[in-house]
Design a protein around this ligand. Structure first.
Ligand code: HEM
Ligand code: HEM
Length: 257
C-alpha cells in the first residue's frame, strides 16, 4: 500500500474512534444531567405521544426554527436535507459487493449537493452580513460552515465536472475500511481534501456545535410533557422528607400504637 493510503486508513480509524468514544461520553453526560424544572415551550404537548410527534416535527421540519425565522429556516433546511440525501447516496461506497437496485433510483440524489452548498452559502452570508449574528459568531461557527462548504464543493467538482475520481477504487477503499481488507485510495488532490475534512469533522464532532445532533433529543424545552398541573411530581429528596413527615404525623396522632 502507498504511504498516503496508509495515512488515510489510519486517520479514518483514529477519527472514528474519537467520534464513538466522544459521542458516547457526551450522550452519557446529557442523559445523566439533572433536569429539575418543567420548562416545555409553548404550544406544549400534554401527552408522551404528543412529545414524540413534536420531536419528529422538530427533527424533520425544523418547526421551531420555521416559527422564528423563515430565511434561516430556508437555508438551514436546504443544507440539512441536501446533506441527508448526499449521505444516503454515499452508502454505496461502504456496502460491500453488488448494490441493491434501489441505488439506481436514488441516482438523482446527486443534485442534492447543490441544495447543500446553497444552504451553507446562505448560512455563511447571514453570519457575515447580519450584524446581530456576526456579533455572537465565534471562529468555530465559521470553521464548521467553511469545512462543510469545502467538502460539498469538492464533491460537486468530482461528480459534475471532468475532474472525476475513480469511484470503483473509492468503493474498494471504503469497503476495505469496513471489512478490514485495506487497499489503496485514489490520490487526486480534491478527493484527498474531501476525505481529510470528513475525518476532521468526525473527530471534532463530540467537542463542537455539531453536538446539536444528539443534543436536540435531550432538550428539556422540547422533550417534556406539560403535565405539571395533572400529575403530582415529587423529587427523590422530597419523597424521603414526605415519608418522614408522615411517620411523625402518625406518631403524633398515635397511629403506630
Ligand atoms: C438530527 C439531525 C439534525 C438536526 C435536527 C439539526 C438541526 C439544526 C438546527 C435547528 C440548526 C439551527 C439553525 C440556526 O438556528 O442557525 C442547525 C444548525 C447547524 N447544523 Fe444541524 N441538525 C442536524 C444534523 C446536522 C449534521 C449531521 C450536521 C453536519 C455534519 C449539521 C450541521 C449544522 C451546522 C454547521 C449548523 C450551523 C449553521 C449556522 O452556522 O448557522 N447538522 N442544525
Ligand atoms: C469516507 C467518507 C466519504 C467518501 C469516501 C466520499 C467520497 C466521495 C466521492 C468519491 C464523491 C464523488 C462521487 C462521483 O464522482 O460520483 C463524493 C461526492 C460528494 N460528497 Fe463525499 N465522501 C465521503 C463523505 C462525505 C461527507 C460526510 C459529505 C458531507 C458532509 C460528503 C459530501 C459530498 C457531496 C456533496 C458530493 C457531491 C454529490 C454526490 O456525488 O453525491 N461526502 N464523495
Amino acid at each position: 500500500m502507498s504511504t498516503i493510503s496508509i495515512i488515510f486508513t489510519a486517520l479514518f480509524y483514529i477519527s472514528l474512534f474519537i467520534f464513538i468514544v466522544g459521542m458516547g461520553r457526551k450522550i452519557y453526560q446529557f442523559s445523566t444531567t439533572p433536569v429539575p424544572l418543567k420548562i416545555p415551550t409553548a404550544p406544549t404537548p400534554l401527552t408522551q405521544t404528543g412529545v414524540v410527534f413534536r420531536m419528529i416535527r422538530e427533527v424533520t421540519l425544523f418547526e421551531s426554527l420555521f416559527r422564528s425565522n423563515k430565511w434561516i429556516w430556508l437555508f438551514g433546511f436546504l443544507f440539512h436535507f441536501g446533506l441527508l440525501l448526499v449521505l444516503v447516496r454515499h452508502l454505496r461506497y461502504f456496502i460491500p459487493g453488488d448494490l441493491p437496485e434501489i441505488f439506481l433510483l436514488i441516482q438523482p440524489f446527486k443534485y442534492a449537493a447543490f441544495a447543500m452548498v446553497i444552504g451553507l452559502g446562505g448560512l455563511l452570508v447571514r453570519r457575515i452580513f447580519v450584524s446581530r449574528i456576526r456579533y455572537i459568531s465565534a471562529p468555530s461557527d465559521y470553521l464548521m460552515l467553511l469545512m462543510l462548504i469545502i467538502i460539498g464543493v469538492s464533491g460537486v467538482v468530482m461528480t459534475f465536472t471532468d475532474n472525476h475520481t475513480d469511484v470503483m477504487m473509492v468503493k474498494s477503499f471504503a469497503t476495505g475500511l469496513v471489512t478490514f481488507d485495506w487497499v489503496n485510495l485514489p490520490t487526486e488532490t480534491h478527493f484527498l481534501v474531501h476525505l481529510f475534512l470528513v475525518f476532521v469533522l468526525l473527530a471534532i464532532f463530540p467537542i463542537s456545535k455539531l453536538l446539536h445532533v444528539p443534543g436536540i433529543f435531550f432538550s428539556p424545552t422540547l422533550n417534556q410533557v406539560d403535565n405539571a398541573r395533572k400529575k403530582r411530581h415529587i423529587s427523590p429528596w422530597a419523597l424521603k422528607q414526605e415519608k418522614e413527615n408522615t411517620v411523625k404525623l402518625d406518631q403524633t396522632l398515635g397511629k403506630d400504637e
